[in-house]
Write a protein that binds this ligand. Structure first.
Ligand code: SF4
Length: 452
């Protein structure tokens, strides 16, 4: 009998959370890999709004893959007490989770983790799992486990902790638990080709896709290179097969690309993918919650995006100021950005459909520099999406934040939550963040009024 492995996507714990077609893709890749090597897998995704929100007592599930999570208010951790907002768990209620566990009897449990400052959600999830299955080995992996491994070992106290690319590591770990022998020399570290185990969801309305893993750039604020040290792209045919299969089998029409570098090697990768899908005439919507590389958007790609069904387009800009662009790997210049907007508009996009990601509060950044970037996006007739900087362990900006006394090296990850404005200072006080948000909203409203 194959050992039964329960995959668990834990709660988010935060002041607010919004679902942008999120699916636990890393965990699903591990599930797929384990299945290929004979394990029986099941899934509890506590963040699956489709499952937990559609119960009669909580009202109808409305939106296709995007919307607010259901929130269960919980006591704020002491360290966050000064923040005048309610804190909570997002996704299933604790009762729903406990009920769901009645139908599982796993031989081992794999729990993933995401943002480092969401760890109380992992803690609460693991506490319930431990109570229900006290003898079952529990393995923790994912982003928080990788970036804060010491903290996670201490605070979550899993039986095993896996960092980085998890597939082969977890396979070896489980094989050792269940006395399974095999020749690991022939087994790759991971395998992104093939279908993710979407059959684990009872009802699917949107699917997350990764056509590549990792990123060729090394921006000062980003942890992608710690999580995926090598950039790897799937074969276009494999991606096309997955999209068509999911569309045919589950009638899914909303797909979100979760790549970090979707347009890299565009002639051999995204262009052939989109051309084939356009020829099939499927009527799919594509979403890009991660920023796109503006420099790569040429006239042909812009037209393909429009025809293939890319909805709101989100471009990575981070800043229009040269110094900060350099820190972000110089992957986009002001000219690149404006060229991309010009081409997207020629392809039929409206200003309100083109958004630019900007960061505020980088260590050493001045409020005027953020304002300049907002003005630049406004003048370029696009919508700004302003994110407050979060220092991520192991990045260049994490070190800079420590060296310049914005944060302490042993900071509780809870205090890196961008709601807390971890790098606020006398030069860039918390009120300035609010003012800049307000300013961004004003400019965005003007763009929408002017350009429809
Ligand atoms: S381009 Fe994006 S994913 Fe790549 S390192 Fe920079 S921020 Fe990270």
């Amino acid at each position: 009998m194959s050992p039964k492995i329960l995959l668990v996507n834990p709660w988010i714990a935060d002041f607010a959370a919004y679902d942008l077609w999120a699916k636990p893709i890393g965990l699903l890749y591990i599930g797929k890999f384990l299945r290929e090597y004979g394990y029986k897998i099941s899934l509890v995704d506590l963040q699956d709004r489709k499952e937990w929100d559609s119960e009669p007592e909580t009202g109808k599930y409305i939106h296709s893959g995007r919307g607010k999570y259901k929130k269960t208010r919980i006591e704020k951790p002491d360290i966050l007490k000064p923040i005048p907002r309610h804190y909570g768990l997002y996704g299933a209620t604790p009762e729903q989770f406990k009920n769901e566990l009645q139908s599982h009897s796993p031989d081992a449990i794999l729990v993933t983790s995401q943002m480092t400052y969401w760890y109380p959600g992992v803690q609460k999830t693991v506490a319930i799992l431990r109570k229900k299955f006290p003898e079952t080995p529990l393995v923790l992996g994912g982003i928080y486990a990788t970036l804060c491994s010491e903290h996670a070992s201490k605070v979550i106290n899993p039986d095993h902790l896996v960092t980085g690319t998890g597939e082969k590591q977890v396979l070896k770990l489980l094989d050792a638990m269940f006395d399974i022998n095999r020749d690991y020399a022939t087994i790759p570290d991971f395998n992104d080709e093939g279908l993710l185990p979407w059959d684990l969801y009872e009802d699917l309305d949107a699917v997350g896709l990764m056509t590549s893993r990792g990123c060729p750039y090394t921006c000062s604020f980003c942890a992608t290179n710690q999580l995926h040290p090598h950039f790897h792209m799937r074969q276009p045919e494999d991606v096309i097969r997955e999209i068509i299969y999911v569309y045919d089998k589950y009638n899914v029409k909303n797909f979100a690309f979760y790549d970090d570098a979707l347009f890299t090697n565009k002639e051999q990768h995204i262009k052939p993918i989109l051309k084939t899908l356009i020829n099939r005439g499927l009527g799919i919507n594509f979403h890009t919650p991660n920023g796109l590389f503006a420099r790569e958007i040429d006239s042909e790609l812009a037209k393909l995006m429009k025809r293939a069904g890319f909805k709101t387009v989100r471009l990575s800009l981070e800043s229009s100021v040269k110094k900060w662009q350099k820190e972000a790997s110089s992957k986009v210049s002001r000219q690149d950005f404006q060229n991309a907007i010009y081409k997207l508009k020629k392809a039929g996009y409206q200003s309100r459909e083109i958004e630019a990601y900007l960061i505020m509060g980088l260590p050493g950044q001045k409020p005027e520099e953020v304002q300049e970037s907002l003005d630049f996006v406004y003048k370029s007739e696009a919508i700004s999406r302003l994110a407050a900087f979060t220092p991520i362990p192991g990045t260049k900006d994490w070190q800079r934040a420590i060296d310049n006394n914005y944060i302490k090296e042993d900071i509780d990850p809870l205090l890196t939550n961008n709601t807390v404005y971890p790098c606020a200072s006398s030069d860039f006080p918390a009120e300035k963040y609010q003012e800049l948000r307000h300013y961004s909203n004003q400019l965005n409203n003007k763009v929408r009024e002017k350009n429809g």
